[in-house]
Design a protein around this ligand. Structure first.
Ligand SMILES: [Ca+2]
Length: 242
């Protein structure tokens, strides 16, 4: 039976004035990637299909293991969860992908990018980067206005537009010159990318040496702001491959 019914047993997002309210971005109490089902934290992969060993290795990459079902309740809970996810589509695999998407495991297509939006444990900028690396990603690059619009709309659909999200913009080591961490290309400045104040018009970033990492700031509709890299926020990865 070749079907993506694997999950994981355990395993298990401030700016100047932007402070996180709790350890978690959403309402859940499971680590990044995981969702609570009954008493356990699981990740259900409905993207690229893998063989058993490949599936195990993917679980290991996010500190998990293939799902254990110790009793009837756990089987019932995961079955119900799969029904809710709409993932029980029949026994035979029809294509390389489990769902309708064309992005790798963990990722969802947003515009022309495959992105992973972490709405679980909040991390600082470097920790967020490392989490993206663990799934062959990097913090999000927004090369043009369309990509900014696409991700803002996506966050709204996800119902997480009240959170701040780390992205791949930074000026560490080259103060005042903002670059994307993925390819070191220049970050667009001004409108419509960065938050601005109206009277007089002043665009972020304004944090100078104290704020060297970029975030989508929920107080200003998800436009970009600079923040202290040690602040803890949700974050967005984009798939870059191995
Ligand atoms: Ca700076």
């Amino acid at each position: 039976m070749k079907k993506c019914l694997w999950g994981l047993v355990f395993l298990a997002c401030g700016l100047s004035g932007v402070q996180s309210q709790s350890k978690y971005c959403g309402n859940e109490k499971c680590p990044t990637f995981y969702k609570q089902v009954g008493s356990i934290c699981v990740y259900v992969s409905t993207k690229t299909k893998l063989n058993w060993q490949q599936a195990r290795e993917t679980c290991h990459s996010i500190d998990g293991e293939l799902l254990t079902l110790p009793d009837a309740n756990s089987l019932r809970e995961i079955t119900l969860h799969l029904q809710v996810l709409g993932a029980l589509l029949g026994v035979r695999s029809q294509s390389k992908y489990c769902g309708n998407e064309r992005c790798p495991t963990f990722y969802k297509q947003v515009g022309s990018n495959c992105v992973y939006v972490s709405t679980k444990t909040k991390l600082n900028w470097q920790e967020a980067r490392e989490t993206c690396h663990s799934i062959d990603g990097e913090l999000l690059t927004l090369p043009d206005a369309n990509s900014l619009r696409d991700i803002m709309l996506h966050l709204k659909v996800l119902g997480v537009s009240k959170e701040h999200f780390w992205i791949g913009a930074y000026d560490i080591g080259h103060e005042g010159t903002w670059r994307w961490i993925k390819d070191k290309s220049d970050v667009p400045m001004g409108s419509p990318f960065w938050v601005y104040s109206k009277y007089p018009i002043v665009y972020e970033p304004t944090g100078q040496e104290k704020q060297n990492c970029g975030v989508l700031d929920n107080r200003f509709g998800g436009h970009m702001n600079d923040a202290d890299c040690e602040s803890e926020f949700c974050f967005i990865c984009e798939y870059v491959g191995k």
